[in-house]
Design a protein around this ligand. Structure first.
Ligand code: NAD
Length: 493
């Protein structure tokens, strides 16, 4: 027990415990041992965080010149770059994601803060061509107020950056709720925020369960904007919660992203892209390309190569430099995966590799790269988001057919097309109903590229130039430019 570390929450620039003194234990997915505890925030703690954000909004942040706000964003970027290794280590211990990836990501995330720092003073208003003589009407973009950022356990540095950076740039203050499954990374990030000297209360980081903490935050009457990333079931609660405070909501949810490989594709490129898309981060990625359609002429040959490649993926401890896939984050995920695989086999699915939990550790939940042939995409592993390294594979004959298949999907987050025919790549990418289409590549992100889905994958885009406007509201101002008094309303003709 003595090795277990304790971390506090960051509210109003202070490091605090929960007012109930309750704690949440967090597990290291490598061995499923408790490695840290964090406060379990209740309604009172949430209220403290929101009140402090509201005070900071009114007293300093919303009226600070955008250039001044940008300076703090750049300081956050600097802190991230100089502490990427430390943050990466913490995120790896907390989530089980490979250190190679978490360290690189922490470093790259700095780019998001720099990008939005650059945009802070570029958002302008308009003069509208009003249809009334003597009137001038302008629009300005004003900050919204307190933003609640609800973060899932995976890719938390990225998913925080795409909310926090534009929110701060536009003059909002923020309460970040970390996931109870991996809460420490964001508390460590809060230490970096503190080092920038940003005014107290502008950024608050709290830890707690979905209920009561997440619920109290998303129903709080001072919260004006909810930026949520997580699963669709939680999203339904969030939307209901927002009916209490009528806040503006954006939802970044899950996916069952389809990928098609045509017979003319560069096979080596497609094999690498598909492997990255579904087996990167052990498939625990919202854009995981988990539904693969192969053209019938290359089906056997391509699938054999893919299976050979998948079998070679090295499972292991996430800190090890040679590990290619680490453990799953939680037992719940393992259970969901196993249940879906069993049901798929019962319905005729054919496991080509993997399919059963690995025995490399009797503590961590390791699951090997798994490929399952499915006669159609209505089988459970082809239909449900599994958040694991499970690829379902189907066959197609024609371009029209595969477009229909790819669109027959309740989700619409990401998608992929592999073909060397430019005209076809344009036809197919145009026809796919998804927020993101990767052509001859996969699993890329950038601060300048909008990210987000449609259908059950949510609404609202994060990153990219437009996303900054989602953290503003338009104010319309009417100026009377006439020297004459206004007409008496009761004598108008
Ligand atoms: P989750 O939905 O279980 O939890 C997300 C967050 O919501 C957590 O902080 C949780 O505490 C909070 N929450 C739970 N109940 C709540 C409630 N009633 N009110 C307010 N907040 C509540 O998601 P998870 O398991 O942490 O993450 C995996 C899911 O996230 C997957 O579905 C994945 O696809 C999705 N995801 C989407 C994206 C994207 O950008 N589209 C990125 C990463 C993950």
């Amino acid at each position: 027990m003595s090795d277990i570390q304790h971390f506090k929450m960051f509210i109003n620039g202070e490091w605090v415990e929960s007012s109930s003194n309750k704690k949440i234990e967090t597990l290291n997915p490598e061995n499923n041992e408790v490695w840290a505890t964090v406060p379990e925030a209740n309604e009172k703690d949430v209220d403290n965080a929101v009140q402090s954000a509201q005070k900071a909004f009114e007293n300093s942040w919303s009226t600070l010149h955008p250039k001044e706000r940008a300076k703090y964003l750049k300081l956050i970027a600097e802190q991230l770059r100089s502490n990427a290794e430390h943050l990466g280590k913490i995120e790896t211990i907390d989530t089980g994601k490979l250190y190679r990836e978490t360290k690189t990501q922490a470093n790259y995330i700095a780019e998001y803060y720099d990008y939005f720092a650059g945009l802070a003073d570029k958002v302008e208003g308009t003069v509208v061509p009003i249809d009334k003589p003597d009137m001038q009407v302008t629009t300005t973009r004003i900050p919204i107020g307190v933003v609640a950022a609800i973060i899932p356990w995976n890719s938390q540095m990225l998913l925080t950056a795409v909310k926090l950076a534009p929110a701060l740039a536009m003059g909002n203050t923020v309460v970040i709720k970390a996931s109870e499954l991996a809460p420490v990374t964001l508390l460590e990030f809060a230490k970096l925020i503190e080092k920038t000297g940003i005014p107290k209360g502008v950024v608050n980081v709290i830890t707690g369960l979905g209920e009561p903490c997440g619920k109290a935050l998303t129903t709080h009457d001072l919260v004006e904007r909810i930026a949520f990333t997580g699963g669709p079931d939680t999203a339904r609660h969030i939307v209901k919660n927002s009916s209490e405070n009528l806040s503006q909501v954006s939802l970044e949810l899950g996916g069952k992203s389809p990928v098609a490989v045509f017979e003319d594709a560069d096979q080596e490129n497609a094999l690498n892209g598909i492997t990255a898309g579904i087996f990167g981060a052990s498939g625990q990625s919202c854009i995981a390309g988990s539904r693969l359609y192969l053209h019938e002429n290359i089906y056997e040959e391509f699938l054999n190569k893919l299976v050979e490649k998948a079998k070679k993926i090295k499972l292991g401890g996430p800190m090890e430099p040679n590990t290619q896939m680490g453990p799953l984050n939680s037992y719940k995920q393992l259970e969901t995966i196993e249940k879906n695989i069993k049901a798929t086999i019962d319905q005729g699915g054919k496991v080509r590799c993997g399919g059963e939990r690995s025995s490399i550790s009797n503590k961590g939940y390791y699951f090997p790269a798994t490929i399952i042939e499915c006669e159609n995409h209505n089988l459970p592993v082809a239909e449900n988001e599994l958040f694991g390294p499970i690829l379902s594979v189907m066959k197609f004959k024609t371009e029209d057919e595969v477009i229909k298949l790819m669109n027959d999907n309740k989700y619409g987050l990401s998608s992929g097309v592999y073909t060397s025919n430019l005209a076809r790549s344009m036809r197919v990418s145009k026809s796919i109903r998804a927020g993101i289409v990767f052509v001859n590549t996969y699993r890329l992100i950038s601060p300048v590229a909008p990210f987000g889905g449609i259908k059950d994958s949510g609404y609202g885009k994060e990153a990219g130039i437009e996303s900054i406007k989602d953290y503003t509201r338009i104010k319309t101002t009417w100026y009377n430019s006439s020297d004459k008094p206004m007409a008496d309303p009761f004598t108008m003709g």
